[in-house]
Design a protein around this ligand. Structure first.
Ligand code: MSP
Length: 532
């Protein structure tokens, strides 16, 4: 069992059949904000992400492009998936590919263990398979096709026909774990989140669990079963194991002990794999189940789940090239309640960028530093005449951090940002009320002017630390311009849970000029050039 406050968090591993879109990037940034918050709190933190490279979907795409599946995966990982992490500023601790020996070898160990323990048997299966989902479908998962697929049953997620497969397979005795799973959901209500997802999973399991077909014998792009090399393991069984093979399963038990169990952040489309199949696999092997599984909502475009296959995919760089990575991170995590679906629109992104990042936060920072330069030659003055209005700001800061930390614990990222933003709003209101430019006109107000600017600079210190997990680039520029780097050390070293404690920025800190953190963007040009 890992240390009590250790935080091992994962993203799904992404299929390499295509390049990333903003839905994939959304999962990445959410996970990264959680990891950065914990890391900055001093918690031992580990963020794992990676790619899912086996299975029929990848094999078909590679073949269609005249490449071997491994060549195709190598190309996509290097040209698209690893660069995505840079584009949106992800600070991951590891990146696992399911074609690496550290994964393949230990998946085989896991399979042998389950085989030896009697959890695997041979059988026959006939069912409707969706290659897009890499999953056998129940009739309730199918809908009537439209357009070119009219008259056929299609997968409700991909809107494409399913294939009827009849195979001799190996099966995992998943049905044996039905009661144990129900007991788990009951005993640990936080195991599947949010609540709506938990209820859905419970209903699903209560209807009865079938055994799971875990091998395929009709193609060979996958990990071979150790006892029957004519079969490869089912791609989901292979993929789910990345969370422990990357953490040392089968190779480094000390590491596994330190990291496991993890918090899994996944899209709600793949919640069942993580909340039903995965814990059943772990129970069979005698390994602890995950700490939590959180299913977030979908990014919708035109009311539908955004996807490449439906041609509604938007590349993350379409947004970051114009607005920057901080704005991408801030926008998706503040505008959408984490756990619910959210509609993306260029208009909403532009409006929030302008109102919240440029005017709300960026302007606040520029004004405070400019006034400190103008009235105090750039040296942060001491607070010598503290009045209730100043104390009120300190109180807001303390409460904001405590509430944000509580929200992060509950994985309510949007609430955490809203809590921190109460300080942005409070400081803007405070500046309007205190009107330092008016105080500056009369030397008799010198003590008040000093106190007001001290309060503002201290507020910016708190904001730099508390917002650094969300907008790391802007906050690190502000941290230097505030002179805090020189006095307090690197931004990354500032403990976030202690950030609300007032009075940490030493008097006499020297500020420097600040270019706009979020420059004005010609939003008309930005929205005109963007895809529909
Ligand atoms: N390879 C599997 C996951 C295996 S994990 C052991 C897979 N890959 S995927 O490339 O299809 O990516 C799925 C994940 O991408 C979703 O679970 C979700 O996190 C993210 N998203 C893909 N489209 C999305 C939206 N339109 N909106 C939000 N997230 C979406 O499934």
């Amino acid at each position: 069992m890992s240390a009590p406050n250790s935080f091992y968090v994962t993203t799904p591993i992404f299929y390499v059949n295509d390049v990333p879109h903003i839905g994939h990037a959304y999962t990445e940034v959410a996970t990264d904000v959680l990891a950065r918050w914990h890391r900055q709190s001093g918690d031992p933190t580990w963020l794992l992400t990676g790619t899912d490279e086996h299975g029929q979907k990848i094999l078909r795409t590679a073949t269609a492009n005249g490449a071997t599946p491994k060549e195709w995966a190598d190309r996509l990982v290097e040209s698209a998936w690893k660069p995505l992490l840079k584009t949106i500023d992800i600070r991951n601790d590891d990146f696992i590919r399911t074609t690496e020996p550290r994964h393949e070898d230990n998946v085989q160990k896991f399979l042998s263990l389950l085989h030896d323990k009697g959890f695997i048997y041979t059988g026959e299966y006939e069912g409707a398979y969706c290659v897009g989902c890499e999953e056998y479908k129940q009739s309730s998962d199918l809908v009537d096709g439209t357009g070119e697929y009219a008259g056929q049953q299609v997968c409700a997620i991909h809107s494409k026909p399913v294939e009827i497969l009849h195979e001799k397979n190996y099966f995992f005795k998943m049905s044996q774990f039905e009661q144990q799973l129900l007991d788990l959901y009951e005993a640990r209500p936080e195991f599947v989140q949010p609540e709506s997802a938990r209820n859905e999973v419970i209903q699903f399991v209560k209807q009865g669990l079938a055994d799971l077909s875990i091998s395929r014998g009709t193609f060979d792009w996958g990990i071979k079963l150790p006892w029957d090399e004519s079969h490869v393991v089912y791609v989901w069984f292979d993929a789910l194991l990345n969370y422990i093979t990357a953490a040392g399963y089968g190779s480094d038990s000390e590491k596994l002990e330190r990291l496991w169990p993890a918090t899994h952040i996944v899209g709600k489309d793949i919640l069942r794999f993580h909340a039903v199949i995965w814990p059943a696999m772990l129970m069979a092997a005698g390994i602890d189940v995950p700490h939590r599984v959180f299913g977030h909502g979908w990014l919708l475009v035109g009311g539908e789940k955004m996807s490449k296959s439906k041609l509604t995919g938007i590349a993350p760089t379409d947004i970051t090239d114009t607005f920057g990575s901080d704005a991408f991170r801030y926008y998706f995590l503040s505008a959408i309640a984490f756990g619910q679906d959210g509609s993306f629109s260029w208009e909403d992104l532009s409006a929030r960028y302008q109102a919240e990042l440029a005017n709300g936060f960026g302007n606040l920072a520029s004004r405070v530093l400019a006034m400190t330069q103008k009235y105090f030659d750039g040296v942060v003055p001491a607070a010598v005449d503290v009045q209730p209005a100043d104390q009120a700001i300190a109180d807001v800061a303390l409460a904001a951090i405590a509430q944000a930390d509580d929200a992060i614990d509950r994985l309510a990222i949007h609430e955490a940002i809203a809590s921190v933003w109460t300080l942005v709003d409070a400081l803007n209101g405070y500046i309007t009320e205190q009107a330092p430019w008016a105080l500056a006109k009369d030397p008799a107000n010198a003590d008040r002017l000093a106190t007001v600017l001290n309060t503002c600079a201290e507020g910016l210190r708190v904001l730099s630390v508390a917002l650094s997990p969300v907008i790391p680039k802007a906050t690190s520029i502000l941290w230097s311009a505030l002179g805090a780097e020189a006095k307090l050390g690197p931004l990354d070293d500032q403990p976030i849970r202690d950030a609300g404690r007032w009075g940490q920025l030493p008097n006499g800190t020297t500020v420097s000029s600040l270019e706009p953190l979020f420059p004005r963007i010609d939003t008309e040009a930005a929205t005109e050039t963007s895809p529909e």
